[in-house]
Design a protein around this ligand. Structure first.
Ligand code: DGY
Length: 323
């Protein structure tokens, strides 16, 4: 039997690429650049499976193919808002993602960002590297204590819950959450979390707000100017979810006019392009989408993609089928 043909759109950890090649006719994008809609469209005509990432454009335009050879889009990553859901459904494609295996590492980065912005670690490092540190003094880069403060979590899936675990058990923080659906009492009890009914109810109560909801049209600009105004004037906003969840223009205003304490972002609208206004904000920590960037998580994500492919091509329902 001929092996199914598979296009991997970005380079993966070597161990995963090697395992994939054992069972599939694998084609790698050796240039390791994001694929354009035209390249994706072309790939859909020629491969049984396409294995995209967040950097590939699987828009309605890219998925506008009359007859596709591709039957499964096995995404390398948990978020799949870069895949146009109606178009994938119309083409009868299966879509899978890679949940669980990156939750702890992504929550680690969210906690890193929270600590960095609260304790002004980014500012301190920039000052020191620029040769501007003049020595210890009682009023130098005084930040905000984290322990005992209230953390608001928007989106209480696996990553949100891992963030709560770190904040509550590691730093003694009180946890308030907003989630689309009701969270089971035993899940809330693990971190003594309180669930509120609306984002608007959550924001004014919190010293820190961390976003862990999906991206896509439904949550685009969920945090807009009006909601930023609901935050405490010294509260911090953390985003490791998707850039489009925050209205960046409104955030820049809030940071420039100090209507919130600060923000820390791992994801950006239209990344890797970063607004020059964001770069001017001192009360902002920025990382280049590092949430799942550990050897362990990136390998586990790849092996999870292979598991999904194996299920699919063996006629089973893939474990992580989202469409
Ligand atoms: C994820 O898994 O969603 C990461 O953000 C990379 O896509």
């Amino acid at each position: 039997m001929t092996k199914p043909s598979v296009l991997v759109t970005r380079r993966w950890p070597a161990a995963v690429e090697a395992r994939l090649a054992e069972d599939y006719n694998t084609v790698l994008n050796t240039g390791d650049t994001p694929m354009s809609p035209a390249e994706i469209r072309d790939a859909l005509k020629h491969y049984d499976a396409v294995l995209p990432t967040v950097t590939d454009t699987l828009s309605a335009e890219a998925l506008d193919v009359p007859t596709a050879q591709t039957k499964i889009l096995a995404n390398y990553g948990v978020g799949y808002s870069h895949i146009c859901e109606p178009s994938a459904r119309e083409l009868g494609m299966t879509v899978t993602n890679t949940p669980d295996v990156l939750s702890e590492c992504t929550a680690d980065i969210a906690m890193t960002l929270l600590l960095m912005v609260a304790r002004r670690a980014g500012e301190g490092e920039r000052e020191l590297r620029a040769g501007n540190w003049t020595g210890w003094r009682p009023t130098h880069l005084v930040g905000t204590k984290v322990s005992g403060k209230t953390l608001g979590i928007i989106g209480y899936g696996r990553i949100g819950q891992e963030m709560a675990r770190r904040a509550h058990h590691g730093f003694g923080m009180d946890v308030v959450i907003y989630n689309r659906s009701q969270v089971a009492p035993d899940v809330l009890a693990k971190c003594n979390a309180t669930q509120v009914d609306t984002v608007d109810e959550l924001l004014p109560q919190c010293d820190f707000v961390s976003l862990h909801c999906p991206g896509g049209a439904a949550n685009r600009h969920l945090i807009n100017g009006r909601r930023l105004d609901l935050m405490k004037p010294d509260a911090f906003l953390i985003n490791t979810a998707r850039g489009e969840v925050i209205d960046e223009h409104a955030l820049i205003q809030a940071l420039m006019f100090d209507t919130i304490g600060g923000a820390a972002l791992d994801v950006f609208d239209g990344e890797p392009r970063i607004s020059s206004d964001l770069l001017q904000c001192d009360n902002l920590v920025m990382l280049p989408h590092l949430g799942s960037a550990t050897k362990e998580a990136r390998e586990a994500m790849g092996f999870r993609v292979i598991e999904n492919l194996n299920d699919f091509f063996n006629g089973k329902n893939p474990r992580d089928k989202v469409i």
